[in-house]
Design a protein around this ligand. Structure first.
Ligand SMILES: NC(=O)c1ccc[n+]([C@@H]2O[C@H](COP(=O)([O-])OP(=O)(O)OC[C@H]3O[C@@H](n4cnc5c(N)ncnc54)[C@H](O)[C@@H]3O)[C@@H](O)[C@H]2O)c1
Length: 322
């Protein structure tokens, strides 16, 4: 039986792959007072990683740095073996390709310390496939974040067929200890949970384009200026608990579900993902975007995200806890 480290004994995080997600995780862990050892096989990855951490640091500072947090605690190494050898926890963020993950896991298998848990950021692969035949597989889990992980709290934790249940519990607890909001997904299914919810929504948003229900701008507003605001605070089931008025969820269920079942029966079939549909969405996005660049939009998203996260922190003390 493996004895995993106490959460406050975790000092050093190994980061494998420092692209979009790995760089953001690196910034997050540094800002929470951890030392990070990172590795990536790409060109100029050290410069890109340093630049990303510099850009994210003011946002992370605004949200509150952990004790002892410093960008100087980042070490960049030449091999994945070195990145994991002294790590108390490893976050893997290599390309979303099964053979690449399998090869990487086989390569680090002997170097990973015997009590270190490795979590993969994978959006769509399952650990049972990725860690097949790897000696350390009992300590491998999925820890799927949302982009950008240095701001979005959610991490979905999923076991593979060989994962030690205690390692899964440990990962759940460690993410919470490190300030993330981990949730446990009980089964390996494509897309885990949160991306399936997003994909279900996007299917309808895409169907609305294909069927000329509204302009792209108005479809975006239908969520961002409407239900998206309250969904960000409570999630789909809890929000419908309030839709039922004083009768709560029971009243909602009895009163509204016949209508919703009727809409569901109208929602059958996936919209065909043609080039014409892609071009139509793209043209609508360009109209809505106007003079703003992608960097401007990213800035807008992150600026508001930081304010939203600060608001959630600030109002916590005024809200009755469960
Ligand atoms: N982009 C997202 O929105 C998002 C969100 C959540 C999870 N993820 C997951 O995170 C992982 C990384 O995705 P990304 O968007 O950062 O991709 P990315 O292409 O931005 O980064 C991948 C990085 O892996 C490096 N790399 C190449 N070969 C490697 C190897 N053998 N071992 C380790 N690293 C290697 C590349 O140089 C690159 O820097 C994927 O598993 C993806 O599913 C992505």
């Amino acid at each position: 039986m493996t004895t995993y480290p106490e959460f406050d004994q975790v000092k050093r995080i190994g980061i494998l792959g420092t692209g979009t997600i790995g760089a953001s995780w690196t910034a997050y862990f540094l800002a929470h007072g951890y030392a990070v050892t990172a590795w990536d096989p790409g060109d100029n990855w050290q410069e890109k990683l340093t630049a990303f951490v510099d850009t994210a640091w003011p946002q992370l500072t605004e949200l509150g740095l952990g004790p002892g947090a410093t960008k100087a605690a980042l070490t960049m190494v030449d091999t994945p073996e070195e990145a994991v050898a002294t790590a108390d926890f490893v976050q893997e963020n290599g390309p979303e390709r099964l053979p690449i993950k399998q090869e990487l896991y086989a390569r680090i298998d002997d170097a990973l310390p015997a009590t270190t848990v490795l979590a993969s950021s994978t959006s769509g692969l399952i650990m049972s496939d990725m860690a097949e035949g790897v000696k350390s597989a009992p300590r491998f889990v999925v820890g799927h974040p949302f982009n950008p992980p240095h701001l979005i709290p959610l991490v979905e934790v999923v076991a593979g067929k060989d994962s030690d249940p205690a390692a899964v519990d440990w990962a759940m607890g460690f993410y919470r200890h490190a300030g993330k909001h981990s949730i446990r997904i009980n089964k390996e299914v494509p897309g885990h949970l949160a991306n399936r919810l997003q994909a279900a929504l996007w299917r309808e948003a895409t169907w609305a384009v294909a069927n000329d229900l509204a302009s792209i701008e108005d479809i975006n507003a239908a969520m961002a200026q409407g239900p998206g605001l309250r969904l960000a605070l409570m999630g789909p089931h809890m929000i419908f608990n309030l839709t039922g008025g004083k009768g709560g969820f029971q009243h909602f269920f009895d009163h509204f579900t016949p209508g919703i079942a009727n809409w569901w029966s109208d929602m059958q079939g996936d919209p065909e993902l043609t080039d014409a549909l892609r071009d139509k969405i793209w043209a609508g996005l360009k109209d809505e975007t106007g003079a703003r660049s992608l960097d401007d939009l990213e800035h807008e998203r992150d600026l508001r995200l930081v304010e939203l996260l600060k608001m959630l922190q600030a109002t916590k003390s005024q809200i009755k806890q469960p």
